[in-house]
Design a protein around this ligand. Structure first.
Ligand code: J2J
Length: 541
């Protein structure tokens, strides 16, 4: 059945000729993400789809629960094109919610559980969300109270749904108990499926509108390239709303081939190793600091990890020294990847030689993934020369949601996304990330916008000026350092690391954005044009 696409206000649309070309060449398909899951469920109803804590759901049980939740959500009055904010930890309920929304054509903003009031309120406001879904509390923060407060403040926020801390609970059960729906097409595959959170370079996080088709394309590529098959048992440890957990290959990749997902609340060895042992997990996606923790864990000796075949790693730079340890020490294949929420993901093919898999992050799987490596003037550079990476293609958005100012900076007029990454491409097309031109801190895969952190600190009465930079860290790659100029000599004593972190936590900023080091100084170094020189500040460390 054909349903006309519903363009959302504030989303940059693909030109009709691009739509026609991507459909014609099969990069985009006439399938919603919900249809992708239901197709697998019809073929393999009794196969295990997801394992989470003591719950184990077959594809039939998962789709059944999705349709019941969709009925409950529909009765809240949600309609196609409405936006909601989903803010849940790694739980199977997250998966049930997003598919229920895809079944209805509702658009979730998917926020990592580490986010706090600053971020969530921004999403609620910018997306004019009608529903906010979270858990009662997380790491000591009362999210239920925050939800009640947000609901009072924003009249468009009509409902909150509060799950128990570990998922489930009375409100979830109540939504499941209002009958069920028939699986049917209720939106167009060209519709926005979700609004993902960008890594962040700006004062507030940006939202990335992905359609069922941009996601469908990305996950098919990822599944093919990474060898995800029916017998794959994939451990999901990275925050579930991140694109590495969702579509590269993530749970969507797994569901497209009838594989099984095991959900871990986090990636620490004492949590993950027993799950690998118990469920005979054969694949996992990690970020570099977790991989390092696994390599150095004393638990390795006492755990049976023999089922593991492939460790995928991406999100931040993996040093060659650490990369080279993976295959000999774990006896598994290392599959690096380099990607971004905005779209492009490159990875090393399974049959690549060891030297390449250690040194390179991968190459695009399709000629449709357009890549340009350019110098500061925008001229293409030859293989082996480092330059700015620009990209365009069937998985790449053409703009952030409701953000024309950033779009003018981050996208070229002909639709290439300026990644802010400096890469080197060899003559075969393999890519190595060698640096970054964007003002961003990558703390072990968590992206932090210095501007956002600086703004939050500037609200402190004792702070005259703040500058946040990333400094080298053996485990995280980078950690967050903040230089502060106090307002007066007396206020300097209030600017200890502990007090600044406490202040930021209370101001409602996500905890992973808090500084690791604070240094109080009298002045900042400046560039010739009078901007704070972060380069000089970095060189001091
Ligand atoms: C260096 N930097 C990297 C790598 C990402 C797959 C894989 C990763 C992401 C992701 C993703 C890197 N080496 N191997 O969404 O689907 C940095 C780059 C990039 C930014 C994007 C996926 N892999 N990076 O990490 O949106 O700077 O997506 O532009 O979170 O992470 O961050 P994010």
């Amino acid at each position: 059945m054909s349903i006309e696409p519903l363009p959302l206000d504030g989303v940059v649309q693909y030109p009709p000729e691009t739509v026609a070309e991507y459909l014609d060449k099969g990069y985009w398909r006439d399938q919603t993400l919900s249809e992708l899951l239901f197709a697998t469920a019809r073929q393999h109803p009794d196969k295990t789809a997801v394992i989470d804590r003591d719950r184990q759901l077959t594809y039939a049980q998962l789709t059944d629960e999705i349709l019941r939740l969709a009925a409950g959500l529909q009765q809240l009055g949600l309609r196609r094109g409405d936006r909601v904010v989903v803010h849940l930890p790694n739980t199977y309920e997250y998966i049930v919610f997003v598919f229920a929304f895809w079944e209805l054509g509702v658009v979730p903003v998917v926020a990592p559980i580490a986010h706090r009031r600053t971020e969530i309120e921004h999403f609620v406001r910018i997306a004019q969300a009608r529903v906010y879904i979270t858990v009662a509390s997380d790491s000591g923060t009362d999210l239920a109270a925050m939800a009640a407060d947000l609901k009072q403040r924003w009249s468009h926020l009509e409902h909150t749904v509060i799950l128990d801390q570990g998922g489930g609970g009375a409100e979830y059960q109540a939504l499941l108990s209002r009958g069920t729906l028939e699986h049917a097409r209720r939106c167009s595959p060209q519709d926005v499926a979700l609004l993902q959170i960008s890594g962040g370079t700006t004062g507030v996080p940006k939202l990335m509108p992905h359609t069922h088709q941009t996601y469908g394309y990305a996950l098919r590529r990822s599944v093919g390239e990474r060898g995800i098959v029916f017998r794959t048992i994939h451990l999901l440890v990275i925050p579930i709303c991140h694109s590495m957990s969702t579509r590269s290959p993530g749970f969507l990749g797994a569901f497209s081939v009838g594989a099984t997902i095991v959900i871990a609340p986090n990636g620490s060895p004492d949590t993950a190793f027993p799950l690998i042992e118990k469920h005979r997990v054969n694949r996992v996606s990690l970020v570099p600091p977790i991989l390092l923790a696994w390599l150095n864990s004393s638990l390795r000796k006492s755990s049976d990890l023999s089922s593991l075949e492939v460790i995928m790693c991406g999100g931040a730079k993996l040093t060659e020294t650490v990369a080279a340890r993976v295959e000999p020490e774990f006896g598994v294949q290392l599959s690096q990847s380099f990607g971004m929420g905005e779209g492009l993901v490159v990875s090393n093919p399974a049959d690549v030689d060891r030297a390449t898999s250690v040194r390179y992050q991968g190459r695009p799987a399709s000629e449709a993934d357009e890549i340009r490596v350019v110098d500061d003037e925008g001229n293409d550079v030859p293989p082996g020369v480092a330059g700015h990476l620009l990209t365009r293609g069937p998985s790449v958005i053409l703009g952030y949601y409701r953000n024309p100012e950033q779009n003018a900076l981050a996208f070229t007029p002909d639709g290439f996304y300026r990644t802010g990454d400096i890469v080197e491409r060899d003559h075969r097309g393999f890519i190595r990330v060698v640096g970054r031109s964007k003002d961003q801190i990558n703390r072990g895969g968590e992206k932090i916008a210095p501007e956002e952190l600086e703004n939050a600190i500037l609200a402190h009465a004792g702070v005259h000026n703040a500058s946040a930079i990333g400094v080298d860290d053996e485990i995280l790659g980078e950690r967050v350092k903040v230089y502060l100029i106090p307002r007066s000599p007396q206020s300097a004593s209030d600017l200890t690391l502990g007090k600044v972190r406490q202040f930021l936590r209370e101001s409602g900023l996500a905890t992973f954005k808090l500084p690791d080091v604070v240094e109080v100084v009298d002045e900042f170094p400046y560039t010739a044009v009078g901007k704070v020189s972060k380069r000089l500040q970095r060189e001091q460390n």
